[in-house]
Structures are given as C-alpha cells and as structure tokens.
Design a protein around this ligand. Sequence first.
Ligand SMILES: *Cc1c(COP(=O)(O)O)cnc(C)c1O
Length: 399
Amino acid sequence: MNKYIPLSIPNFEGNEKKYVDDAIEQGWVSTGGAYITRLEKDMAAFLHTENVAACQSGTSAIHLSLVEAGVKPGDVVLVPPLTFIAAVNPVKYQFATPVFIDCDDSFCMDPDKLKEFCEEECTFNGTELKYKNQTVKALVVVHVFGNMADMESIMTTAKKYNIKVIEDATEALGTRYLTAEEAVNDQISTYAGKYAGTIGDYGAFSFNGNKIITTGGGGAVTANNSKTVDHLRYLSTQAKDDPHYYIHHEVGYNYRMTNLQAALGVAQMEELPEFIRRKQRNYELYKELFKDFELAELIPFRSGTESNKWFYSLKLDRSRIKVPMRDIITYLDTKGIQTRAIWGLINEQKPYLNEVTYKLEKAPYYAERILNIPSSTQITEEEIQYVAKTIKEYLKDIT
Ligand SMILES: *Cc1c(COP(=O)(O)O)cnc(C)c1O
C-alpha cells in the first residue's frame, strides 16, 4: 500500500464549500448569522431534544455546563482519569477540585465505584453530598470513543445524591440507547431511544478536527430543559441583556460559535447519518479481521446501544507483547498506518498530580494496552484489510 492511512481525518464530501461561500457572500462570518441557528435546529432535531446552543468548542461547552451547574471554587467534581484532558480542565477553570473515579471496561466512568465513593467516602445531609468539608456538586461522564457510559446506574446515583451530571458527548454524537422496538434481545433501557448528551443535566459536543463531524473548531451544549439552554447561550455571548445598550447582569464568555463554522457544521450534519453508517460498517470489517486473533482484541461497544463507533480500540495482550507502545506506533507509521496510544492518565499529568483518585485499577490497565487504529470515514475496505494484516503480522513477529 503506498498511500498513508491516517487515524481520523475530516470528510468534506457534501455542501461544506457551498455553505461557507454563502456565509462569506452574505457577509455573516462572526457570532451572528442564519447558519448558527440552523445548525442548532438541525442538532436539536437529530438529538430529539428541544434546544441546543452552538459554541466555540467542546471545552467551552463543558465549562459553560459547570458554570450553569453552579460549580464554585472548592466544590468537588467527579471526573474520569482515562480520557482527553479537556474533559477535566474546565473544573480547574472554576477553581473546583477534581476527584478521579476509575473507568469500567467501556473506558467510561465505573458506576459501581462512583456509587461506592458516594456511599463510603462521603456523607449526605439530604440535600448535599459532602466529601470531607467540600460539596460534591457535579460529575463529568465521558462517552469515550463513542461508547455510551452506563447512564442508567450513573443517573441513579447522581439523582440520589443531588449531583449534577455533565455528559461529555464530544466523541459520541449519534450514540444512543436502542429504542424499545429495537431492543429485541436486550433489556429495554430507562433511556430507550435517548442520545448521549441528552440524558444528564447537560450535554457537551465537539466539532474539532478529528471528531465525527467537524467545523474546524466548535462545539455545542444542550440541557434537560430549554430555558437552561437559552441561559447557556446567553452566557456564551458575554451575557448581553440588551442588543443595543450593552447591559450585562452576569459575567459572560466569548464562547459563541461563528457563522462560518456553523456553515461547515450544517453541511456536516447532513452527512452525519452516512458517516455513522460507514464507521459502523468499518468496525464490523475490523471485527471480522481480528476475530480469533489471540494477541489483540477489538474492544466492543456497550450492548443495548447503537454507538457512532467513532474510534476503534485494540487491546494488546501484554502478557505476550512486551514492546513499548511507542515502538509499535513508530513501526506502523513506517508502514503507512497512523495509530495512537490511548491517553496518558490525567491524574498523572503535572497540574493534577496532587488530586484525589479513587480505586484506579482499570484506567492504568487500559492505558498500557489500548492502541487506536485508523477509523476515518473515507477508509476503504482494502485499506482496512491492509491495516489488520500489517498489525497482525507485526504483533506475531514481536512475540
Ligand atoms: C475533543 C474532546 C473534548 C474537547 O473538545 P474541543 O472541541 O477540542 O474543545 C473534550 N472531551 C473529550 C473527551 C474530547 O475527546
């Protein structure tokens, strides 16, 4: 194969150029313009929710959610250790304290450890959950790689202890629980048919370059009621109360999406169902190719859900593969295949070294074993076969 196979690149096969040109021709390029409201409407329709606010990034969507949830300096926010650091940094923007809860085998927050932490490490006074003398105000649950977290259990615990739930659905646009009709062999979920990002109190989405749809940079935020979304939108536009006289009743942010980005986004939303279909088909191809391969396992997505299958994860058998991840990635790169290691643990990054962690076992386990393999929507069947064959041969060689 003489073509380089990237991990995850944008796909602009649709109306992207047309809509961006249109936005430029109309002169609406900044934080006002029809494409922004159109993107918000399209997303709301897609997610079967009432109201969505487009913003400048996934990170800003998470930050706005924390602000809206009332997270204040000294509050505790429960967070994941094994994900992109942008899920946790906004906790620091609020001068709140992150506490790291382990993940389960879906890489998402472990609902049992969450419950255990609340029950055994905290006290509940009927309205507030206290960790030492701090209030546990919120949790950030990430739907890692498009895999739905166990929202039923997580929501049960969160409701019991009055913890606000921020869903980081930046990697999971389109992931949902099966509907009652679809769930033939699965248990029907309390959240049947519901999309990732529309189950908790707030849901954050990202349209950064490698996400399932992209606006270059951009994001969106939703909430469990329409008024709250209006307020999030208001906060994202410098909390301007009056369109003409610069009256502000709150501290706002410059977090609004631009019309240029939204023009891209509207085109990308048109293609989203097709992108998801391709991701799902490609996952099935990989699954077939790695079936019965003893040195690495393709990680499944949660049953009872339909995932957008954004990223694919191979779990290496570390009892037999001793080669460091870096060497594996470097070798595959020379073969024209871009791969990457799952993230380093956030609690091991310099700004987080002093934070509390709770029973981290699976996060460090997976951090050493997971290799992400090419998952762009443009990848061909032939390329997938080449990727699988090259990886399998190499792993056999090094054991
Ligand atoms: C991409 C991503 C973000 C941040 O989104 P940006 O749009 O890049 O700010 C947050 N959390 C996770 C898990 C992500 O993958």
